[in-house]
Design a protein around this ligand. Structure first.
Ligand SMILES: [Zn+2]
Length: 500
């Protein structure tokens, strides 16, 4: 039995009711009492003496439920140098050399991620000229390819990966083979994962969905970490193939595998979204779909075979046609007795209009959107014919209500960063609402509803899991969020982060 702790002088703002409470107590991992009256709290303390933590007037909100992270994927490249925005070889060399000094993963490669070919022209020769005597791989920002140096080419040849092009630019199947070869070992992956989890905790996240688990050894490592009690946050995980769920559907404490995520568009941002004719790019192109309605339905059936009738099917839908494809598949799935109960989720949902949003509502499709995506209307302004349709978070929030949740897509992570972007995006149609308090449900209890756990967490309420975040102040506007700090994060009544 854990002893009760009381928290006082707090400005508690709950997502269920926007009422301010002053104190609460936590015991056995749950909120035991929540007081909106100081005297009642004092009388309670007299009857139940316990440790009292004075929160000195700071704000307390429910922990963030981030419904879309790509944690596992990111942890494959955790020791990489950051090449995002780099436009000269010298800066890249400096960053790679710094990464090379750190202990590299067992495969020996020095990675850089986020390379944008439009900013920096890279070849095997330019990488060789950097004077780094280690195998190098620079991944492009969409993770669809990598440029190697000569040492890197030799290294993969030695490792038995044959048929790489002489210019060291890996794309397609050889790129996939390389990514599998150059993954961290399970032990290294576990270390990266715990470090990443800590950065989520420091940013106020208490529950995270991981949407890109591609390998069975990743599933095994996560299970092992959960069984050893090493996972601090609550994880809800999606694998990329139904077979990966086999034998992994138990409740592992802080970890549950809930379903499958499919990539319909295969794109990264609005640059190559799968569009319809009306939303075609200026050159007339619409990009292509990676999956047909038939493919999606087949995966859903397999998912039901393995994961049961209530398993989750999440779809990466960037572009109008990608959203349409998923909704067509959703209609078929709802029509079949076998698959009608599946939890269906669309991620991104670009560039949905009211017609698609209403269709999602009819079909009971949950939508999670990434606030940072709104920036694409600025980044690709020249290419996008209908910017007003990009990331229509306000319309989705209005129409779908509690079937709408915010997910960061790990770009960037964090309660305040995502709240700031959701409250203050470039276009009015992207703004979820104008007040942080009104935004809270989309970042807390709506996320808990997705996994049918709204009764267990997502609000500061007696009986619910004691997941909460102490903020330096109660933000209201997006600007406030920029200057608000996460001071403490608690999950199941345990402190998982304290700002030093
Ligand atoms: Zn995404």
């Amino acid at each position: 039995m854990t002893k009760e702790i009381a928290f006082t002088h707090a400005k508690v703002v709950n997502s269920t009711q926007p009422l301010a409470a002053a104190a609460f107590t936590v015991a056995e991992g749950k909120f035991k009492q929540v007081f909106d009256n100081e005297n009642t709290f004092k009388n309670y303390l007299k009857r139940n003496p316990c440790e009292v933590v004075d929160l000195a007037g700071h704000a307390v909100v429910p922990g963030q439920v981030d419904t879309h992270t790509i944690s596992t994927f990111i942890c494959k490249f955790k020791s990489a140098a950051n090449a995002e925005g780099v436009s000269d070889a010298l800066t890249l060399a400096t960053r790679l050399k710094k990464a090379a000094l750190a202990k590299t993963d067992e495969h020996g490669f020095v990675f850089a991620t986020g390379w944008q070919s439009e900013n920096l022209d890279l070849t095997l020769e330019t990488l060789d000229e950097l004077g780094i005597d280690k195998p190098i791989a620079v991944f492009n920002s969409s993770f669809h390819g990598a440029q190697l140096n000569s040492v890197g080419l030799k290294a993969i040849d030695k490792a038995g990966i044959k048929g790489a092009p002489k210019d060291g630019l890996l794309m397609g199947p050889i790129f996939d083979t390389f990514v599998n070869h150059a993954r961290p070992t399970p032990v290294e992956f576990a270390k990266h994962f715990m470090a990443y989890e800590q950065s989520l905790a420091a940013a106020g996240v208490t529950t995270a969905h991981d949407l890109v688990i591609q390998k069975s050894d990743e599933v095994q490592v996560l299970k092992a970490m959960a069984l050893k009690g090493l996972l601090k946050l609550r994880w809800r995980c999606y694998v990329t193939r139904p077979e990966l769920l086999e034998g992994s559907l138990e409740d592992y404490g802080n970890l549950k595998f809930v379903g499958v995520k499919v990539f319909i568009d295969g794109s990264y941002g609005m640059k190559n979204a799968h569009q319809d004719r009306a939303h075609a790019y200026v050159d007339g192109s619409v990009s292509e779909s990676k999956l047909s309605v038939k493919d999606i339905v087949a995966t859903a059936k397999k998912l039901t075979d393995i994961g049961g009738s209530h398993a989750h099917l999440a779809a990466h839908c960037i572009g109008y046609a990608a959203c349409e494809t998923f909704l067509k598949a959703a209609a078929e799935l709802r029509d079949s007795v076998y698959t009608k109960e599946l939890t269906l989720r669309a991620l991104h949902f670009e560039t949905a209009d009211d017609k698609l949003i209403n269709r999602a509502k009819e079909l009971g499709v949950i939508v999670s959107m990434q606030p940072a995506f709104s920036q694409d209307v600025k980044d690709y302004a020249k290419d996008i014919p209908h910017p007003e349709h990009v990331n229509p978070m306000k319309r989705v929030a209005l129409i779908l209500k509690d079937k709408f949740a915010i997910g960061s897509d790990s770009m960037p992570i964090g309660y305040m960063k995502n709240a700031a972007l959701a409250l203050n995006p470039p276009l009015p149609t992207q703004k979820v609402t104008d007040d942080f308090i009104k935004l809270l449900p989309t970042m807390t209890r709506h996320g808990a509803s997705i996994t049918n756990e709204r009764q267990n967490f997502g609000a500061i309420k007696a009986g619910q899991s004691a997941d909460f975040v102490v903020l330096s102040k109660l933000p209201r506007s997006g600007k406030d969020c920029d200057t608000t700090e996460v001071l403490q994060t608690w999950v199941k009544g345990k402190q998982v982060f304290a700002k030093k």
